[in-house]
Every structure is written in structure tokens, then in C-alpha cells.
Design a protein around this ligand. Structure first.
Ligand SMILES: O=c1ccn([C@@H]2O[C@H](COP(=O)(O)O)[C@@H](O)[C@H]2O)c(=O)[nH]1
Length: 233
């Protein structure tokens, strides 16, 4: 069972250091735009030196040449996973893959399908999509697979159908995770860690539910145990 990925949505390195210092085990953490843009690539080195694995979540979305060049830089970083937007198209994803794997052959490149903050209604009205949200997620997953990527970012609600339509080995990395006790926020497609496991997600990504808790280590351990099926919520 893959360990839950903790989204380090903080701005300051000092906050990250204090947060990670509470844990006495190796973690898989996600560095997103807020942390990376405030600190630059050195944040990756610092976290790696602490012994943790990193998913660099920059969601690149541009023309193939621009994304390819940016991925050359990302490929030089010591990370385990990174991503692009599948909506950038197959040519863009292929260029991204080539550049990233050139520097980091073991790293995973995945693509965002439909953000977990999106609803069926938003996909229909704002994207003017003729496909339903789920159909659109499957469509972008197939494009990502055709481009040779390792998997996608989606909601756990779509994990089963992605595995069914695209393949069991194709990774589903799934944010939008909340326990029943957690408050509602900007996430629209939300499930519990147990539900994510039942729906065959490969990874769960959890941010505020852990980082904003008064006891993040305890909350992480609870979420991990539920995700692994060791305890019920
Ligand atoms: O579709 C997506 C893609 C990325 N994310 C990121 O995951 C975390 C989730 O944080 P929470 O605090 O648990 O909501 C966050 O960093 C997002 O940028 C996503 O939520 N949905």
C-alpha cells in the first residue's frame, strides 16, 4: 500500500521544517506552487536531505516546447513524481515525458485530468464539454496513457473506471480526501480514505485535513491506518 502523500501547502521553509520535524518516519510529501515559488528549487534539496520522497505538483500547461524546456529543469531535481495538465494535449505530454525522463528515468510523470474542485455542472457550463465529468476524466486519462505517462491525477470517484478503461497498472493519484469530521471547502469531489481504497486509488493526497489539524502526526497516522484498512473511521 502506498503511503499517503501529504500536501505541504505552506509558504515558509521554516514552517515546513517545523511541520516535518514532528514526524519520525520517512514521508511522501507534495510540494506545490505556493511552496516552490516562494523558495525555489532549494526547497527540494532541503526536503530530500530530511529523507522524504517528493511529488512536485506544478501542473505545467503550455505549448510543447515551453513545457519540454521547463521539464528539462524539473528532470534535474531529485524528485519521485511530477505532473502536467492533460488538457495541454498529447504532443505536450510527450515532450514533457521525454525531457523529464531524460534527467530522471525512475521518476513518475502524471497528468491532471479534471481538478477535484470541478463539478459536473462546471464541466458542462464553463468548459462547454459534451462529455460528462467522468467521461472527460477517462478521456484525458486515455490521452495521458497514449502519450506514455505513468498515470493521472483524478478524484477517487474515478479511480475504478480509469483502471477499468485504461489499465490496472496506470496510476491514479487522488486528492480530495476528507474524514467525516473535516470541514467543507473548495474541494468538490471529496471522499474518505476508506472509500478511496475501496475505489482502488493508488495514492491519496491529503493536505489541510492533516496540516491544519492541532495534532498533525496523530491525524496522519489515523488517515494512514484507515487508508490501509487497519482501522475504520
Ligand atoms: O485535482 C487536483 C489536483 C491537485 N490538488 C492538490 O492536492 C492538494 C489537496 O489539498 P487539500 O488541502 O487536501 O484539499 C492541494 O495541494 C491541491 O493543490 C487537488 O486538490 N486537486
Amino acid at each position: 500500500m502506498n503511503t499517503p502523500i501529504i500536501a505541504l501547502d505552506f509558504r515558509e521553509y521554516e514552517t515546513v521544517k517545523e511541520f516535518l520535524g514532528r514526524f519520525d518516519e520517512k514521508l511522501f510529501v507534495k510540494v506545490g506552487l505556493e511552496l516552490y515559488l516562494s523558495n525555489g528549487p532549494k526547497i527540494i534539496e532541503e526536503i530530500r536531505q530530511m529523507g522524504h520522497d517528493i511529488f512536485l505538483d506544478l501542473k505545467l500547461y503550455d505549448i510543447p516546447n515551453t513545457v519540454g524546456k521547463a521539464m528539462e529543469g524539473i528532470g534535474r531535481l531529485d524528485i519521485q513524481m511530477t505532473n502536467v495538465h492533460a488538457q495541454g494535449g498529447t504532443a505536450m505530454m510527450k515532450r514533457a515525458l521525454e525531457s523529464f525522463k531524460d534527467g530522471n528515468p525512475d521518476g513518475k510523470l502524471i497528468a491532471v485530468t479534471q481538478l477535484t474542485s470541478m463539478t459536473d455542472e462546471m464541466v458542462a457550463r464553463e468548459q462547454q464539454s459534451v462529455l460528462s465529468l467522468t467521461e472527460s476524466v477517462v478521456h484525458y486519462s486515455k490521452l495521458a496513457q497514449q502519450a506514455g505517462l505513468d498515470g493521472v491525477v483524478a478524484s477517487p470517484l474515478e479511480s475504478e473506471i480509469i483502471h477499468e478503461k485504461v489499465g490496472p497498472e496506470f496510476l491514479t493519484v487522488t486528492p480530495g480526501i476528507r474524514l467525516e469530521e473535516d470541514s467543507n471547502d473548495d474541494q468538490a469531489r471529496v471522499v474518505t480514505p476508506a472509500d478511496a481504497r475501496n475505489r482502488k486509488s493508488d495514492y491519496i493526497v491529503v493536505g489541510r485535513s492533516i496540516t491544519q489539524d492541532k495534532d498533525p502526526v496523530d491525524k496522519y497516522n489515523r488517515i494512514k491506518a484507515i487508508w490501509e484498512g487497519v482501522t475504520v473511521e
